[in-house]
Design a protein around this ligand. Structure first.
Ligand code: ARG
Length: 305
């Protein structure tokens, strides 16, 4: 497996919004200006690629396929941990063709030594990849969303496959149809999340496991900006254009936010995190540099204390 922070992106040549499987998707708006939006999508993709590279990621870009516009959201393609990829099973027929397309992409990554193993889930449950199964490196477990897309029983199957704890959280709204729309664990142990997207039981579970000082509550406005759908590496965060409140809250905690205009992808219900898939996630902390190397501001605080 690879140790260097590495992200998989899928280039947006075949991206469009031609169907609607979540409440953000707006095929009419796309149809009003397909050429203009396609050009804007290419620019937004290039800006995201550049921002991710700037904060320290190596990037792998895979090709998309005609007729599979949502391949630009590889977060849904698989769950990856310790060099092992577990391929997704999509709920909607519109995205099911991606399973074979991504299986080919992952076989290529394995052939090049970027992955050690590629496996599939037993049939009978839906699981939409890292979009609904987020590794919390600080706590050493997965958080799994279920309801609108992934099945409740997927959490147990992913846990058994990787030999890791999976904390299942039921999603309460169609607007947060994947967990990554409303939930984002950060490197320093904070969790950025939108409470109303979770059922009461899920919310209680989050509050039981994450102490109050580590909980950052996003607003409805932050959710609309796809600000919770963020990519974090050490003290850097890449996200779509956000709100002044959230930018300020994150900066107070020592995070530097890099904003990218992702509006053409938000028309499909996606932000920065969904457009990425981490290939280097490791269950052991040793894979990361020591904390004082990666968070100079925080290390200085700790020394002063
Ligand atoms: N149009 C895509 C869908 O509805 C967007 C997926 C965004 N991915 C995510 N992980 N939130 O499936």
């Amino acid at each position: 497996m690879i140790r260097q922070p590495t992200i998989l992106l899928v280039e947006p040549r075949h991206y469009d919004v031609s169907y609607s499987i979540n409440p953000w998707m707006d095929p009419m708006r796309w149809a009003a200006d397909p050429r203009g939006l396609h050009r804007q999508a290419a620019e937004a993709f290039a800006a995201l690629h550049a921002a991710l590279q700037r904060i320290g990621f190596a990037i792998e870009v895979a090709p998309g396929e005609p007729g599979l516009p949502d391949m630009v959201f590889p977060a849904n393609a698989a769950v990856v941990l310790d060099g092992r990829a577990l391929l997704a099973r999509f709920r909607y027929p519109q995205r099911q063709g991606e399973e074979a397309a991504f299986a080919r992409i992952f076989a290529g990554l394995q052939a090049r030594g970027l992955l050690d193993a590629v496996d599939t889930l037993p049939p009978g449950c839906f699981q939409e990849g890292a979009g609904d199964c987020i590794w919390d490196a600080h706590r050493g477990h997965f958080w799994a969303g279920f309801g609108p897309r992934s099945s409740r029983q997927a959490a147990g199957r992913v846990g058994a496959h990787f030999g890791q704890e999976v904390v299942a959280l039921e999603l309460a709204t169609e607007q947060s149809y994947h967990l990554d729309v409303c939930f984002c664990p950060l490197a320093g142990g904070e969790v950025l999340y939108y409470p109303s997207a979770l059922t009461d039981a899920a919310l209680a579970e989050v509050r039981r496991r994450v102490p109050a000082h580590q909980r950052i509550e996003a607003s409805a406005d932050d959710l609309r900006h796809f600000s919770v759908n963020a990519v974090n590496l050490h003290d850097r965060i890449v996200m779509a254009r956000t709100t002044p409140q959230l930018r300020e809250a994150l900066s107070r905690r020592g995070y530097r936010v890099h904003e990218v205009d992702l509006s053409p992808f938000m028309l499909s219900g996606g932000g920065a995190y969904c457009m990425t898939l981490r290939l280097d996630r490791a269950s052991t902390m040793q894979a990361l540099p020591a904390r004082n190397d990666i968070m100079p501001a925080r290390a200085a605080d700790a020394e002063a204390a």
